[in-house]
Design a protein around this ligand. Sequence first.
Ligand code: B1M
Length: 215
Amino acid sequence: MNNTLNEISKYLQEGQSIKVRELTIAALDNGYDYKKILDTLIEAMDIIGKKFKKNAIYVPEVLIASRAFNIALDIISPLIDPNTRTYLGKVVIGTVKGDLHDIGKNLVKMMFTGMGFEVIDLGVDISERQFVDAVKEHEADILAMSALLTTTMVNMKNTIKLLEVEGLRDQVKILIGGAPITSNYARTIGADYYTTDAASAAEMAKEIMNNNLGT
Ligand code: B1M
């Protein structure tokens, strides 16, 4: 990797969004292919994800790195021809009904985006009907649900039931997470996968798309 790309990577990992913005604009002005810059950004976010997983960095560092990532992405996005843009897959994500916690969900979303997924973020307090309609409308590969309250986790189960009723259950893989969720709970309610953290969620989603995981 050459100097400018190295610097973009370094400043992104440090969460220095002004520097990342300046260098991204300068790189484009100097004729760099936007794909190379995008690869650099994604690789840098991947490093952030790995460090976060190892507890080498914490939530604030991930959030500021993600902000720098998004600022650079906003500069690059208009250059990406929608006809040639390729994604690893499509993810519908949201926090379940009755639950307003979104910090973890946003981290998961950022890791998915960094990994190369197209992410449709429904936000918080998402009903079973909203999840199911979004899966249908966007033909999602993965439905990712987050819950932080013991009182709201049941809405994951209700969403899976509604997917079954609508005949959509076999068309989408379901990944769930959040502080009160366990692998046992995921199994009990018929979700396909569970992960403890945002970086593992993105890695697992990649494996799902590569068909490297059984359910
Ligand atoms: Co709330 N809250 N809160 N709260 N809040 C908790 C969750 C609680 C544990 C605090 C406590 O009592 N010790 C408790 C839940 C108890 C329980 O149900 N067992 C609680 C409560 C009770 C409440 C209210 C009911 C309080 C009240 O009003 N009486 C209320 C509920 C509002 C509602 O949702 N309807 C409430 C409100 C709030 C705030 C609005 C003030 C704020 C949320 C702000 C926001 O999100 N925008 C808030 C906060 C900040 C917390 C704590 C302090 C921090 C949560 C957080 O963001 N953690 C939390 C206590 C705690 O956890 N220490 C607490 C950081 C975040 C990165 O972690 O979201 O766990 P987390 O995400 C992790 C993993 O879980 C995983 O990845 C992330 C790490 O990489 N993950 C996934 C998350 N989603 C995933 C999805 C995946 C995979 C992994 O795949 C799809």
